[in-house]
Design a protein around this ligand. Sequence first.
Ligand SMILES: [Fe+2]
Ligand SMILES: [Fe+2]
Length: 366
Amino acid sequence: MSEFSLHTATQEPELDTAMKVVFQWNYEPEVDELRRLYVKATEAQWIAARDLDWERPIDHAKFAATPLGAALPVEQTSYWKSLPEETAWELTRRTAAFRLSNFLHGEQGALMVAAQLVNAVPHTDAKFYAATQTMDEARHVEVFAKYIQKLDMVRPIAPPVKRILDATLETEDWLKKLVGMQIVVEGLALYSFRQMRNLTEEPLLKDLLTYVARDESRHHAYGVQYVERCVPCLSDAQRTELEDFALEAARTLIDNRNQSALLSAVLQIWAEVGIDAAELFACVERERDELTRHMESGRRLGPVQGFVIPTLRRCGLLSERVAAHFHAFLRENLGSKLVGADVEEFMERIPELPRDTAAWVLGANA
Ligand SMILES: [Fe+2]
Ligand SMILES: [Fe+2]
C-alpha cells in the first residue's frame, strides 16, 4: 500500500463542470412514483461482502460461455477452438477483463452523475432517489473492481466511454444528465448486463450481475418516470436539444467510426497472448456464415433499436426528425441487418418497453 497523499498517481486531471445546485423547501412527497421507487430502493440494498461468495475461485470451464462482446462470436471459430487450452483461457480472461473494466469505469461515471443529480434536480423525491442510486453505483464499482481483480487486472477506459461520461458530467442541464446517463448509458449497460448474465455460467459473475442488473432496472425506471414527467413542460427548442443530446450519446457509444480504439485495445490483448490477429480475422471471414447462422434473430434489433429508442419514445423524446437521424446512423452501422428499410418501417418495428424491466433483465432470453 503506497503512502497516503492528496494527489494520487492514478487520478485524472480535474474536469470542470458547470452544475447548478438547487435547494428545495418542499419536503412532502410530490412525484409519487419517484417516492415509491426511492422506498423500493432503500428496501433492496445489498452488501457486496455479505451477499456474494468471494471465496469461490473463478470457474474456468464455466467462464468459457461468457460472451466476449465482439460483433461475431470469435470464440466459436475453428482457429479459437484449435488453441491450446491455456492460451484460450488467457485470451478469454483478458478480453473479459477489458470488457468488464469498461463496465467498471462506466459505473464510476454513473456514481458521479448520480451524486450530481442529488444536487441538481429540483424535486425532493428525485433528490432522494438519486441518493439511493449513488449508493448503488458505489457498490457496483466495488463489485466489478473486486471481480476483475480475481480475473486479471483493471484495463484502461475505452475513449468513447470516457467521452460520453465527460459530456454527461460537464453539462449544466440536469435533464441532459438524466437523458445521457439514465436513458442512454444505463439503457445500453442494462442490455449488456442482461446478455452477459443470461449467457455466463460462471456462478460468481452470474450472482454479481443479478444484483447489479436489478439495481440498474430501477435506475432506468427513475430516468423513464422522471423524464416522462418533465418533457411536456419543455419548449420545442428545449425538447429538440434534449433529443439531440440523446442521439449524440448513442452515436458516441455505438458508431463504428468510434470503434477503432476498441479494436486496437483488443488486438493488443491478442498480441500479449501471442495470437496472430490476421489469421484469426481470416478464419472469421471463412466461417462467417456458420458463425452468424446460430445468432438469434431477436438480437438483430440490438440495444439501440431494441431498448434505448423505445425508452426515448416512451419519454416523448422521439420526434420524426430525430428518428430519421437514428435510422440514418444505424443504417450506416448495421447495413442490411437494420430492421426497417425506411424511417416509417423502422418506427413501426420499434418494440414496446418491457412492462416489468426487472423481470425482463432476469429473463432467460438473451
Ligand atoms: Fe450501476
Ligand atoms: Fe446505474
